[in-house]
Ligand binder design. Structure first.
Ligand code: ZN
Length: 158
């Protein structure tokens, strides 16, 4: 495994639309392994492939309940709203934004072998999934935030 470089806003690659994965090869497995290692190294809870310069529809997340890998993820149902939760991004260091997200989402994706699965997520995991899937469409939290502000001193190092 290897830690990859996380691209930072305003790198134009973060604005590109990622392409669906059609081949479930060792290359994909290496990408997923590297993305998990990169996310943990950066103390993040989620990472999308465009953030490591790969325009493929691949995300990894860990909101405290273990690693989740999703290939070609989609939101197929959603409910409720979460308000004003301070959201951050490994590609936008030093800033937070208050972003309104769905409270609950149902996700459909494939695993690293191409096997389809569905998963429900709420609260932080639902927020994380919406944030990461946005990355696959070139959308950043800055685009959705009602308010963007610098991280306070106490929060630094989180
Ligand atoms: Zn992000």
């Amino acid at each position: 495994m290897a830690i990859r470089t996380i691209v930072k806003h305003p790198d134009p690659i973060l604005r590109e639309k990622a392409k669906p994965v059609t081949k479930f090869t060792p290359n994909l497995h290496k990408l997923l392994d590297d993305m998990a290692e990169t996310m943990y190294d950066a103390d993040g809870v989620g990472l999308a492939a465009p953030q490591v310069s790969i325009l493929k529809r691949v995300i990894v997340m860990d909101c405290g309940e273990g690693l989740i890998e999703m290939v070609n993820p989609e939101i197929i149902a959603s409910e409720g709203e979460q308000f004003d939760y301070p959201e951050g991004c490994l590609s936008i260091p030093g800033l937070r934004g208050d972003v309104r997200r769905y409270q609950w989402v149902k996700l459909r994706a494939q695993d690293r072998h191409g096997q389809p699965f569905e998963m429900e997520a709420e609260e932080l995991l639902a927020r994380c999934a919406q944030h990461e899937i946005d990355h696959l469409d070139g959308i950043l939290f800055l685009d959705r935030a009602e308010r963007v502000y610098p991280i306070s001193k106490d929060e630094e190092g989180e």
